[in-house]
Design a protein around this ligand. Structure first.
Ligand SMILES: Nc1ncnc2c1ncn2[C@@H]1O[C@H](COP(=O)(O)OP(=O)(O)OP(=O)(O)O)[C@@H](O)[C@H]1O
Ligand SMILES: [Mg+2]
Length: 384
């Protein structure tokens, strides 16, 4: 079900337009409808926006509504947020208050706050992967962890959060028709059947919301990212995010993430990149949320695991060995290596995924023969 939002008490269309710009399609109702909503059997919207700008008082019916329907989220919109009004709003059980001047930002923020506070039926886990630097192996790791989690039989969604030209589709061997941009353009109709049509599916069992193959024309709206993540948490057991580090606003929209993993290598430039990303995350989230993963780990390297942990001031959660041949082969075949190989790299990804889920995984199945030949042929055909 998409989020149902009702506005009551508005005398102009500005609030409705601001709600629309935050990615939802509100219903506008009259003050009489507020009384109807207070009835015990009345079907509730997920979010009720009560506009009191013209009289500046919290209607008594609002308190009655919250007593009957405590899970209905209420946002109060007022001309001025005076202490007396705030106190009345608090007593009535209002969840968020917004005062003039109304902007896309304060209205969008209030909506994403109440949406995030709602109880999640699935209560899925969200694992975000951010590279400390380009090419450290972030997408490879995220795609293989997603595949391992999906093999455990759980609904698993992968969101390639790069606004354009992300690589996850290539690694998962799928050709998506829709992208993140389509999901963000349609946050008002995010229900499972619509959303499933936007995702691409491969034999990995992972549903991919891919990155667009067109350059993005408009900046990504972070309120819509929050609505998308809220939808993911409610509908998928696991959601994995491949997060572009070059977009600081994206790092700020990860409240829904259970863990944020900063992926690094043992080279100075990526350790210093990890430092920057971890510092940005520590300003925004609690300490437990962020941890480090080292890809292409080499025990004998000059920069050791302890050096990285101490420099970045962030706990090191897991290391993954280097296996360029296997990683490259998997990339070219569009088939994550955890499905096929019994390498040390696969074993490390499986162990890490098991730790994340606490559940058992199916044994990997045999390799597909000729997969690379078929894909390479298709690529040559497309480019000729
Ligand atoms: N554990 C590994 N051992 C060796 N090579 C690896 C390993 N993991 C990934 N690679 C290789 O490193 C290269 C970059 O991997 P990947 O695309 O996953 O990195 P990335 O951090 O997502 O890059 P980008 O910043 O471009 O998104 C690929 O050629 C991949 O095959
Ligand atoms: Mg990548």
């Amino acid at each position: 079900m998409s989020i149902q939002i009702t506005i009551i008490g508005s005398q102009d269309r500005r609030l409705e337009e601001l709600v629309r710009s935050s990615g939802l399609r509100p219903t506008v109702a009259s003050a009489v409808d507020l009384l109807t909503l207070t009835h015990p059997g009345a079907i509730q919207p997920d979010v009720l926006i009560m506009d009191v700008r013209h009289h500046g008082q919290v209607p008594p019916a609002l308190g009655a509504l919250k007593r009957q329907h405590p899970t209905t989220s209420v946002i109060l919109v007022a001309l001025e947020l005076t202490p007396a009004l705030m106190l009345d709003a608090m007593r009535a059980g209002v969840n968020e208050c917004v005062g003039e001047p109304l902007t896309p930002d304060n209205v969008g923020r209030a909506i994403s706050m109440v949406v995030a506070q709602r109880a999640a039926p699935v209560g899925g886990k969200v694992f975000a992967f951010v590279g400390a630097k380009g090419g450290v192996g972030t997408t490879t790791l995220a795609v293989n962890v997603a595949t391992a989690l999906a093999r455990g039989g759980q609904d698993t969604l992968f969101i390639d959060m790069h606004p354009a030209y992300g690589d996850a589709a290539v690694l998962l061997g799928v050709e998506p028709r829709f992208s993140l941009v389509d999901a963000l353009d349609n946050t008002h109709r995010l229900d499972l059947s619509f959303f499933s049509g936007l995702t691409a599916h491969s034999d990995t069992g992972v549903a991919l919301l891919a990155s667009s193959d067109q350059p993005s024309t408009a900046p990504i709206d972070m309120h819509r990212i929050r609505l998308l993540l809220d939808f993911a948490v409610r509908n998928y057991r696991y959601t994995l995010l491949d997060v572009p580090r070059a977009n600081p606003a994206m790092l700020d929209a990860l409240e829904a993430a259970t863990n944020i993993f900063v992926v690094t290598n043992q080279e100075l430039a990526s350790v210093s990149g990890a430092n920057r990303v971890a510092a940005a995350l520590s300003r925004r989230y609690t300490r437990e949320k962020a941890s480090l993963l080292v890809s292409r780990f080499d025990k004998g390297a000059d920069i050791g695991a302890d050096d990285i942990e101490q420099t970045v001031h962030c706990p090191l959660r897991f290391t993954f060995p280097s296996d360029y041949r296997r990683a490259l082969q998997a990339l070219n075949n569009g088939r994550p290596f955890v499905l096929d190989s019994s390498s040390k790299l696969s074993a490390a990804v499986l162990a890490f995924s098991k730790e994340l889920s606490g559940e058992a995984f199916q044994e990997p199945s045999p390799a597909l023969s000729g997969a690379l030949r078929a894909r390479f042929g298709a690529l040559r055909w497309m480019t000729s």
